[in-house]
Ligand binder design. Structure first.
Ligand SMILES: N[C@@H](CCC(=O)N[C@@H](CS)C(=O)NCC(=O)O)C(=O)O
Length: 257
């Protein structure tokens, strides 16, 4: 369990799988809004023991004093009003807010799913990489479960997410399409996707594209580019050089502390 505040009793508990980029989206939102929380990490499959009783399946789940929220976007909406108001993830102006939500939905429903499938295609067979991504900061007993059952866990994840050479290729096309869309949007020199402020749309793009960019400021220890499969590394270098990639890496540098 990782405490992100000096406060002895934060009101929020964030249930995660360490490497999950949807969890990183919420972790980043909490950090950026400066809301104290405790992160409770689980190894995949074991996470269900924590999420089931809270009405969810997937992570992230945010347990707040009055409610448990089981979807990253619902969590961001909820958190937006929970800090001192000096920072907002959604603009107050209705039209701008609609736009932020539209981009966020595109990233949630397409980029996140595609980036995960593409990255797992290269990483899932690397037991040590998966141990780092799935086990860091999780309970000892779950880490023992990983040590014993990794081959089975890998098969379940492979099957449930349909990770194959063909689906990875299709996912890569989708990621490129979204990167092109974002690059196009930024081509007039704007610093952020909507308006002149960092918003949930920017945060979601950067967090969900992390598997395709490996930002150095990511709070998980992501692999060095020289240590991964060369085909994957070449594609990451390509993404890093696109306007969308440069922008996401800048967001990590400037807004992820
Ligand atoms: N729409 C959800 C998606 C979350 C999601 O796909 N989480 C994955 C981890 S990246 C997960 O928990 N998978 C395991 C499961 O569904 O049991 C959100 O935005 O919170």
């Amino acid at each position: 369990m990782k405490e992100h505040s000096l406060d002895r009793s934060p009101s929020y508990r964030l249930i995660t799988i360490p490497i999950s980029h949807y969890c990183e989206k919420v972790r980043w939102a909490l950090d950026w809004l400066e809301i104290p929380y405790i992160e409770e990490r689980h190894v995949p499959l074991f996470h269900r023991l924590a999420t089931r009783s809270l009405g969810g399946k997937s992570v992230p789940v945010l347990v707040a004093p009055e409610v448990a929220l089981v979807d990253s976007t619902d969590i961001l909406h909820y958190l937006n009003g929970k800090n001192d108001g000096s920072r907002q993830l959604y603009p107050t102006e209705w039209n701008l807010r609609q736009e932020v939500e539209k981009w966020e939905e595109l990233f949630d429903s397409q980029l996140g799913v595609s980036a995960r499938c593409w990255a797992y295609f290269y990483r899932l067979n690397d037991r040590e990489a998966m141990r780092r991504g799935w086990c860091e900061g999780t309970p000892q007993i779950e880490q023992m479960g990983f040590a014993i059952a990794f081959p089975l866990m890998r098969r379940i994840v492979q099957k449930s997410l349909n990770v194959t050479a063909a689906s990875s290729a299709t996912s890569l096309e989708k990621i490129r399409e979204i990167f092109d869309k974002v690059s196009q949007r930024l081509s007039d020199g704007r610093p952020y996707l909507i308006g002149d402020k960092f918003s949930a749309a920017d945060l979601t793009f950067a967090a969900l594209s992390a598997p395709t960019l490996l930002p150095p400021e990511h709070p998980m220890k992501l692999p060095q580019i020289d240590a991964i499969n060369s085909e994957m590394a070449t594609t990451i270098k390509e993404f890093r050089e696109t306007p969308a990639g440069i922008y996401a890496l800048r967001l990590y540098r400037e807004h992820r502390h």
